[in-house]
Design a protein around this ligand. Structure first.
Ligand code: NAD
Length: 458
């Protein structure tokens, strides 16, 4: 049996050794999930709803335990980790309403009655990244289960612990055995098998655009459904007519949240040229004020990077001659620490075009609204973004013009369980969350029932 070591990124200590699933283990889990799914789909909608509510209650009762586990495994600050565990509960509660609301349509046709049914797909495979292990798993499994499917989850190699615990809590809460199964393992083994196994009917993949492209190509061979949530290089656009103090004070949290390991990170700050100098004056104390340190401390705002490998990748974007404007602080000693870093590069620089996925932000000046929109859209990605302006017409014009799935005006909000989330362009395909998510785990079946006329009946 192959194993992998799970490391605490804040201390570099070994947390646990986890056994990795092999291909035969995946095949076995798929077969068991198929049989569990058939029974699950036959339950009355209210029974499925009740089971999901019980699961939500079990998560609620273990928020502190799950949060502590995420702090240890991922280095998330305790306040953030608590929010993430609570968010899993909220997502489950929200989709517990879905089994009883998945009504089809009755469509007026000649000669009979036409109705549609939202049939479950069967077994769904969810492949998650290491940056938000719990929440991203829940965005897939909660609506998929609600729609009558069984779910297999493959967490990322570095961060499997909270997902494994969620799988246990599902069982403890009374969810049927084999219905939600967590399979830690290598992407090339477990992830690939989800893609090639004919009985896994849909893949929900969150991760890099590179691997997502490969997953989509593999899924095509089976005409397998995919939802892809991929990378980002989002813009935070600051116009001269906004509340500049607020824009500068909040900008660090729009990019350095989770140490910048956030697909929605606003990693390009675009500032109107006539307020650029003032913005940078205001940004410097805000960046230096970000509390970086022990993720167990209640007032910590930013923890370490997830691993040594990832640290090296982030560091490659800040070579000795990098155009560093200023940096925040980071602890010395063990742990994969990287200080919040503000760069002022040229437009075509690698730090402007590539997703760094760390606490490094590029600030660029722009001339006018057209230049701002052009610059914001000058990227392969299109996930998220912010627009700072007090001009309502401009806020709406620019919101419509920026090619991204999740925009916020005068804030940096991205994710709410009851609103849709996903990317344009290379940032992905399909949407998660929001009221329609369960539908993406169903096939629409149309049934026509002929109704005899009175003459035909006699
Ligand atoms: P990754 O693509 O390296 O890995 C993601 C998952 O895919 C892991 O579980 C990995 O084991 C698995 N995998 C690897 N090779 C595979 C293969 N050949 N077949 C199937 N699965 C395979 O990404 P990562 O480094 O874990 O995460 C960071 C990336 O995720 C960033 O690009 C980030 O923007 C993106 N992300 C996107 C969103 C979103 O919602 N759009 C959210 C979080 C993270």
């Amino acid at each position: 049996m192959t194993t992998c070591e799970v490391i605490n990124p804040a201390t570099e200590e070994l947390l646990r050794t986890v056994e990795l699933t092999d291909t035969a283990g995946v095949d076995d889990a798929v077969a068991r999930a198929q049989s569990a799914q058939r029974k699950w789909a036959r339950l009355a909608p209210a029974e499925r709803a009740g089971a999901l509510r019980d699961f939500a209650a079990a998560v609620d009762a273990h928020v502190e335990e799950l949060a502590a586990l995420e702090v240890a495994n991922s280095g998330h600050p305790i306040g953030s980790a608590r929010w993430e565990a609570g968010h899993v509960r909220d997502v489950l509660q929200f989709y517990a309403g879905a089994p009883e609301r998945l009504s089809g349509k009755q469509i007026p046709v000649a000669g009979g009655l036409d109705v549609t049914f939202n049939e479950p797909l069967g077994v769904v495979g969810i492949i998650t990244p290491w940056n938000f292990p719990m929440t991203i798993a829940a965005w897939g499994f909660a609506p998929a289960l609600a729609a009558g499917n069984a779910v297999l989850v493959k967490p990322a190699e570095w961060t499997p612990l909270t997902t494994l615990r969620l799988g246990e809590l599902a069982l403890e809460a009374g969810l049927p055995a084999d219905l939600l199964c967590v399979l830690p393992g290598a992407g090339e083994v477990v992830g690939e098998r989800f893609v090639t196994h004919p009985d896994v009917r849909k893949i929900v993949f969150t991760g890099s655009t590179e691997v997502g492209t490969r997953v989509m190509a593999g899924a095509a061979a089976h005409v397998k459904r995919v939802t892809l949530e991929l990378g980002g290089k989002s813009a935070n656009i600051v116009f001269d007519d906004c509340d500049l103090e607020r824009a500068a004070a909040t900008a660090p949290y729009g990019v350095f949240d989770n140490a910048g390991q956030d697909c929605c990170a606003r990693s390009r700050i675009l500032v109107q040229r006539n307020v650029y100098d003032r913005f940078m004056e205001l940004l410097e104390p805000a960046v230096k004020g970000v509390a970086v340190g022990d993720p167990n401390a209640e007032d910590t705002e930013m923890g370490p990077l997830v691993s040594k490998t990832h640290w090296s990748s982030v560091a490659s974007y800040v070579p000795d001659d990098a155009p560093v404007a200023f940096r925040g602080s980071a602890p010395q000693g063990p742990g994969f620490w990287f200080p919040p870093t503000v760069l002022t590069p040229q437009r075509g620089d690698r730090s402007v075009t590539e997703e760094i996925f760390g606490p490094v932000v590029a600030v660029l000046p722009f001339d006018d609204e057209a230049d701002a929109v052009g610059l914001a859209n000058d990227t392969a990605y299109g996930l998220s973004g912010s627009i700072w302006t007090d001009n309502l017409s401009r806020a709406l014009r620019v919101s419509r013009a920026v090619e991204a799935g999740n925009l916020s005006v005068n804030s940096h909000s991205s994710v709410r369980y009851n609103t849709p989330f996903g990317g344009f362009k290379a940032s992905g395909l399909g949407r998660e969350l929001g009221p329609d998510a369960p539908l993406s785990f169903t096939e629409t079946k149309n049934v026509f029932i002929a109704v005899q006329t009175e003459q035909e009946a006699h």
